[in-house]
Design a binder for this molecule. Sequence first.
Ligand code: PMP
Ligand code: GLN
Length: 377
Amino acid sequence: IRSKLPEASPSIFAQMTQLAHQHDALNLSQGFPSFPASQELKELASQAIIDNNNQYAPMMGVPVLRVAISQMFEEQHKAFYHPQEEICVTAGATQGIFTAIQATIFKGDEMIIFTPAYDCYEPAIKIAGGIPVKIPMQLPEFTIDWEQVRSSVSTKTKMILINSPHNPSGKLLTHKDMLELENIAVQNDLIVLSDEVYEHMIFDGREHLSASRYPALKERSFITGSFGKTFHVTGWKTGFCLAPQPLMKEFLKIHQQVVFCVNNPMQQAVATYLQSPKHYQELGKFYQRKRDLFLNLIKNSKFKFKPTESTYFQLLDYSAVTDDGDIAFAKALTIDHKLASIPISVFMEGRDPKMLRFCFAKEDEELVAAAKILNEL
Ligand code: PMP
Ligand code: GLN
């Protein structure tokens, strides 16, 4: 059978998680929390099922959840999204990203993405018949060269995708970055897809500058979010997409055909939980403590690092440990030393800055055990 994605293979997250299981290794590879979600949230979900919220939800999502998402954006970014017209609940951010791309990219359209890029962007563009235009972020700081972006824009460019907070580097776009983006998008009439799934995991007093804060960007942007990340329930695959009405109208035409609607009881639970802003406001502090615990324990190891600005990922530079490429080293670390991580060259066209990504959304004891392994190398 002719393949639409001939080069596709199981994701690096699945591969490394499987390798971790095979070798009984500590799994700091795939990004998911190892600790349980809050009892309150789990009880809300159980209650939603017992209360018979078990049939199809409205296509755009249950109204209370859309209102709660709208309130969160007002609270966090002073940005208004109309709950009935501009907010759609999705099956994780992945479906929001896929749907936004299918809704806007036509055959031959170019879409700019920055590498390292999260693995679901490029296939979604190709399935739509579009052409991914990959711009490498500048190392070692993972910054964007906006002049290079300007020179990469062609008459075929339709959309530009940003991911801040950034997976895997934890880099946050600055106000200056956002103004550059806004300027380029407006001048060239581009749509923006802003993947903001780690929006609440921000450290050291920094700020997440959502595309929704910039009016000229907001009016041409899709924004995707994920309750899996925010509430430690990646398996619930519950997220959202925001967009101004003309973009959302097209998004919904595709959404209706892809999933029609998202599972109902989890939406009810998330809606109630989201109404207490403290649940997401405390996430930065929660993960910053885990980051600092982990980094303090390895500060005298051979691994070099800059504390991550955001997300639950920390990059460690292992160049003082071995000359091996990152894939080989990540495998050896898993098999021989029982610690799994993610090699990042797979997200950046084989460029290999000799860094591995470690997810610190783990129990403290697991972070201590991981640090012990790293200190012995
Ligand atoms: N975007 C980025 C940058 C991510 O890291 C992830 C999850 N790893 C997603 C999107 C997908 O989120 P979800 O699990 O809600 O589909
Ligand atoms: N987003 C997760 C990560 O970056 C992986 C999710 C997945 O396995 N698709 O690790």
